[in-house]
Every structure is written in structure tokens, then in C-alpha cells.
Design a binder for this molecule. Structure first.
Ligand SMILES: NC(=O)c1ccc[n+]([C@@H]2O[C@H](COP(=O)([O-])OP(=O)(O)OC[C@H]3O[C@@H](n4cnc5c(N)ncnc54)[C@H](OP(=O)(O)O)[C@@H]3O)[C@@H](O)[C@H]2O)c1
Length: 251
């Protein structure tokens, strides 16, 4: 997108040290936003990100939290505000992607995915809305929510819960805070796996290719900038949700 549209704004981006979260943080910084970059374990990558963001002549603060620990996600917005002073944008990208099936899914699987992928972003969004009072929230969902994925049952349900939270919060937090979702399709394979699984899935994608992290960051930026959109989910998946989201895997 043209011009630096976010000068003077500050964005909290969760899961910002690597992959999609990193691309989003860099895009927002390139648009002039200061970044409060959340990470869990990737301290080295977060430090590299901070240096890269500062090369855009904006501020970057690092905030560490493990969303498996209640007190850590509950205090994240305050920790970011202590460092940054104010927040205008929240991007919830941190997530886990564990396998689980209808046959083997346990309550521990379900509660971990629900806590990290749905409850923590909801809680963080609610804190942001209460403290900032205005601004924009973007939740990273998954194109799978349009269908079923029998190999990632707990994950699927957690992302469907976050989609419902997105719409509920859009209504409750308006007119001050807008809440939207971005649902990626096939973008990056899970960490420590190769591209083979992705290549097998491309034929089922109407646009016949994998997506790029920059295309996700573009959609996030669009939803931040357009101030007459709330409660929407934008699928950035090459049309995959039309062809049957159960074929997808990031995966
Ligand atoms: N990759 C894809 O193709 C794809 C497809 C569909 C949807 N998505 C969604 O897009 C978003 C970004 O995807 P991604 O592939 O870039 O994600 P990812 O690499 O799987 O995870 C992003 C970050 O989440 C953080 N995280 C994991 N567990 C955490 C915990 N307990 N507490 C706090 N942070 C935690 C990790 O931070 P540390 O490294 O610092 O520990 C990790 O770097 C996710 O919401 C994902 O579900 C991605």
C-alpha cells in the first residue's frame, strides 16, 4: 500500500518474532507504526526483529509472555502499555497448531488450543478495548473455519471460537474499537517441516498457488486502514475456502 499511513500509531503484535507475525509487524512498521512485539520463546529472533523495525525510524519494544500461563496473557496489555505508553492497534497472531482427531482428542488438547488460540486473544482484546477505548483489532484465524479438518480438531474449534469472538467483540466494542479477522489458507508449513505437504494441497486451491506472508500482512493493513469495516473475516487463501477448507493444512 502506498504512503506511510500509520505514522504516530502504536501496534501490539502477538507472536511477532517469526513467520506471519513478523511479516505483519514489519509491514506495520514500514507504514510508520511503532511496534510492541510480543514473543514467547524466540528471544533472539525478537531482538533481530527489533533492530529491523528500528531501521524504519520507529520504536520497537519487546514483551514476553506465555499464553499457557494465565497471569502472563492477563498482564500483556499492561506490560505493553508500560513500555509503549499508548496502543492503537492489536494484532493477535500467536497460535499453536497441534494435531488431534475426533478419536484421540483429549480435554488437555482442547483446553490448550482454546486457551492459547481463542481465550488469550479474546482476553487481550478485551483489555485492549477497555484501556485504549478506540482503535483496531485483527485476529488471525484460518481458512479451515469455513469447513472441517478432521486432523486438527481442537485447533479448528479454537479458531472457530475466535471467529465468533471476533464478531461478538465487533458489536460490543463499537463504535470505538473495530474488530476483524484474517483467515489465511496455505501460506507456510509448520515449523520444522518441509514444503511437501503444501505442494500436495495446491491443486485444490482455485488460484493454484501457495500464499505469501506479505499477502497476509496486506490484508491486515487493509482492515486497519479502512475505518468503515468491522466484524468481517477476510479469507486470504486463493479461494481455498470455496473448494473445501478441509483439504487445507499449514499443515
Ligand atoms: N502458517 C500458515 O500457513 C497459516 C495458515 C492458516 C492460519 N494461520 C494463522 O496465522 C497466524 C500466524 O501463523 P504462523 O504459522 O506464523 O504461526 P506459528 O509460527 O505457528 O506461531 C506464531 C508464534 O506463536 C507463538 N506462540 C506459540 N505458543 C505460544 C504460547 N503458548 N504463548 C504465546 N505465544 C505462543 C510463538 O512464539 P515464540 O516463537 O516466541 O515462542 C510463535 O512464533 C496463526 O494464528 C495461525 O493459526 C497460519
Amino acid at each position: 500500500m502506498e504512503g506511510k499511513s500509520l505514522i504516530g500509531k502504536t501496534a501490539l503484535v502477538t507472536g511477532a518474532a517469526k513467520r506471519i507475525g513478523r511479516a505483519i509487524a514489519l509491514e506495520l512498521a514500514a507504514q510508520g507504526a511503532n511496534i510492541a512485539a510480543h514473543y514467547r520463546h524466540s528471544a533472539g529472533e525478537a531482538e533481530e526483529l527489533r533492530r529491523e523495525i528500528e531501521s524504519y525510524q520507529v520504536n520497537c519494544w519487546l514483551v514476553q509472555a506465555d499464553f499457557a500461563v494465565r497471569t502472563e496473557y492477563e498482564s500483556l496489555v499492561d506490560a505493553a502499555l508500560d513500555k509503549a505508553g499508548a496502543l492503537d492497534i492489536l494484532v493477535n497472531s500467536a497460535s499453536i497448531f497441534p494435531p488431534s482427531t475426533v478419536h484421540d482428542c483429549t480435554w488437555e488438547d482442547m483446553s490448550a488450543s482454546m486457551q492459547i488460540n481463542a481465550w488469550a486473544p479474546f482476553y487481550i482484546s478485551r483489555s485492549f478495548a477497555r484501556k485504549a477505548g478506540r482503535g483496531a483489532i485483527i485476529n488471525l484465524l484460518d481458512a479451515r473455519i469455513a469447513g472441517l479438518d478432521a486432523n486438527h480438531v481442537a485447533y479448528l474449534l479454537s479458531k472457530q471460537a475466535l471467529e465468533s469472538f471476533t464478531r461478538l467483540m465487533a458489536l460490543e466494542f463499537s463504535p470505538g474499537v473495530r474488530v476483524n479477522g484474517v483467515a489465511p489458507g496455505i501460506i507456510l508449513p509448520p515449523p520444522a517441516t518441509d514444503d511437501r505437504s503444501i505442494k500436495q494441497m495446491i491443486p485444490a486451491v482455485p488460484l493454484k498457488r501457495q500464499g505469501d506472508v506479505r499477502e497476509i500482512a496486506d490484508a491486515v493493513l487493509f482492515l486497519i486502514k479502512n475505518e468503515y469495516i468491522t466484524g468481517q473475516v477476510v479469507y486470504v487463501d486463493g479461494g481455498g475456502h470455496l473448494a473445501g477448507a478441509k483439504e487445507h493444512a499449514h499443515g
